[in-house]
Design a protein around this ligand. Sequence first.
Ligand code: NAI
Length: 472
Amino acid sequence: MEQLNVQTLVIGAGPGGYVAAIRLGQLGQKVLVVEKEKNLGGVCLNWGCIPSKSLIQMAKSYENTIVKNKKMGIIAHKVEIDWEQTQKWKDKTVRSLTGGIAQLLKGNGVSHLEGIAKLTSPHQAQVTNSKGEIFEVNFEHAILATGSSPIEIPGFSFDHKNILDSTDLLELKSIPKSMILIGGGVIGLELGTVYAKLGTKVKVIEMMDQLLPGTSKDVAKVVEDKFRKYQSDVFLSARAKSWKEAGDQVELVFEHEGNNKRVVADFICLAVGRKPNSQGWGAENIGLAIDERGFVMVNDCLQTNHPHIYAIGDVVGQPMLAHKASKEGEMAAENICGAHYSTEDIQTVPGVIFTDPEVAIAGITEDEALAEGLSIKVGKFPYAASGRAKSTNETEGFVKIIADTEEVVRGVEIVGSHASDLISEAALAIEMSALLDDIALTTHPHPTLGELMMEAAKVAKGEPVHILPPKE
Ligand code: NAI
């Protein structure tokens, strides 16, 4: 068995692990990253953020070509989808990024092993590669960045034929005629929208009384209204009960409004949340503290109950977001090298949902603030009143700013075009405890969607310029 001695072992090369490893390499550490998959980048790059955004962009371009561009006088006489080419393009995008990570690791002096790592003692791990070769790794510190996997519900196990997961949905051989989506959350709606735009009849079964639970109701409603326009069915407060094969389709029985109802489609996609990957890498061998939901327990410096072993990303808790994992990866790396960064210093981890229109949130939402009984000032400015939004023909949605009574910006919710790009100004404002005036008095260039933030801040102050004040 080959012996390897490193200062820090990183298990998992997703956006948490590979970023931590790069930072450790920059800080002069001898680092080894172990990843069980051939390609680096984890779920985000291989089966999540990047391939889904590629398909989302493709579906948007298609919709523009056949529907939206007509309004601007562009008539396309024959539009076809070459799905094989779409898949090739998506895969090439993914490959170029995962290949880039290998180069970044190498360039920062980080070693990489493909294989499965198992902790055998608090300072040792065994790595077994696909050829059956075993390496014993001795380490001073470790970072666990093992990510998360999709959840199943009783009676619905992924068989990748009738019951698909989100990875299957990214790799379909053809555009389906119909599909049932159990779960109207982030994954379900992002990918459901792709296929709905390409002509698939999508039927959403959502347990809660709104889509995208966790977002304010008025935000979710904008997305729901648009989604229903794609000839899709949305069943809220609905619970999936059982399914069976029906010829070459599947039939789902679900409970809705006190009745058992049935829907039939080509397949079911289950997108009801993700669970931490806290098994299979030897947590039990070192008595690692794991909570009742399976998350590895860490303190605010991201240390586990073995202080020299850190854990980051999806495996330590919500929100399960790539940028949160990367931020924690940098913090853990710095802390291993003597810094004292604390997760409590982070004011906000913004979230973005790439539906149509996009949703982006930083800080507290209006619904959360009201539920907590906080006194707040709220300013809402519609895209329909923006010159830029009008001229790009994307007028659905609004920007909403939530401030406390001292006018400190506490939260921003955006539903609308380019919400994903606009939210960074909000995150900076919240991190800096900006006042409404800081945003309202900053000159925002015209005509841009950036002006929506400025206008919403003015509305919150009771000084709207481009809309009339709400009637008393
Ligand atoms: P989710 O928590 O966003 O949505 C799951 C949905 O399923 C919820 O609406 C829930 O009410 C519903 N549900 C649960 N059990 C159900 C049942 N038995 N019947 C019907 N509905 C049921 O989880 P999702 O979409 O699987 O995403 C997992 C994670 O991945 C999320 O934490 C998300 O943050 C992350 N993600 C982030 C993305 C982004 O940042 N753009 C993209 C994709 C995923």
